[in-house]
Design a protein around this ligand. Structure first.
Ligand SMILES: [Zn+2]
Length: 267
């Protein structure tokens, strides 16, 4: 990606990135060295929905392999605060690359074994961590409900995004045609090399040949197609590759446990 907002020491970020609601919040809360600390999908910006993806400006938010867990907790707090959320409301999806979905009614430190969280309550900040896997935001303005999905190849194969959509339908009455979906940063279809044993699990439309016996898998396209097939026509892709952007951690580039985060919350 060549957009200046992802590069250090470049031009200031464009005006459609997250901004303080008033002049009372200093600008450096959101920006440092002209790299946005939180990215958003423009089409999902709405008064009732809060969402964002952290960049390395905030540091790693992944606890599992953290050398300094307290620094990670501080990064999580800063991430929440930069979206004007109480850090104590973060509810973490303890993702396992499956398709289980949890409904969250009150803040819970961590919910293990789920790759999607859904809620219709303000005061709950859905949270998950990523490094090449895709965060997917689901927003139902009609029923004031939202979801956050963690989708790598296993979750995508298991249709985790549409599992979350179905759970929102069951719990909140969400209809797919009312949903706006957003696909955040993840490893792109030109960078995500997989073997035949993974490639063959996906529709050939999302796979292309790489060198030798390797293939390139487009997880964003696969998830978009799954959501489209389920009746969600509004799928907005940030189109930002983790492996290609130094502002984001990539497991394929640096398998050191560094993670970015995604937050979804309702006002
Ligand atoms: Zn890429």
């Amino acid at each position: 990606m060549s957009s200046p907002i992802y590069k250090a020491n470049s031009t200031p970020p464009p005006s459609d990135l997250p901004r303080p609601p008033s002049q009372s919040v200093p600008r450096h809360v959101l920006y440092s060295q002209h790299v946005a600390s939180v990215l958003q999908i423009p089409e999902l910006k709405a008064d009732a929905l809060i969402h964002g993806f952290s960049t390395m400006e905030l540091g790693s938010v992944g606890l599992t392999h953290a050398k300094d867990p307290e620094a990670v907790r501080e990064s999580r707090r800063r991430f929440a605060a930069s979206l004007y959320l109480d850090p104590d409301t973060l509810t973490v999806a303890g993702a396992v690359h499956g398709a289980q979905v949890a409904r969250v009614d009150t803040p819970t430190e961590s919910i293990q074994g789920v790759d999607a969280l859904i809620t219709d309550r303000p005061g709950v900040a859905l949270f998950a961590t990523y490094a090449d896997c895709y965060p997917i935001v689901l927003w139902d303005p009609k029923h004031h409900a939202a979801g956050l999905v963690h989708a790598g190849w296993r979750g995508t194969e298991a249709h985790v995004a549409t599992a979350a959509l179905a759970a929102m339908g069951k719990e909140f009455g969400t209809q797919p045609e009312d949903v706006k979906a957003g696909i955040g940063p993840g490893i792109c279809g030109n960078c995500y090399e997989v073997g035949a044993e993974v490639a063959e699990r996906f529709d050939p439309a999302f796979v292309k040949r790489s060198s030798g016996a390797r293939y390139l898998l487009d997880l964003a396209a696969a998830n978009t197609a799954q959501l489209n097939a389920a009746g969600v026509s509004d799928v907005f892709n940030l189109d930002l590759c983790t492996k290609e952007s130094e502002a984001l951690p990539s497991h394929r580039r640096d398998p050191d446990g560094t993670r970015f985060g995604a937050i979804v919350a309702l006002r």
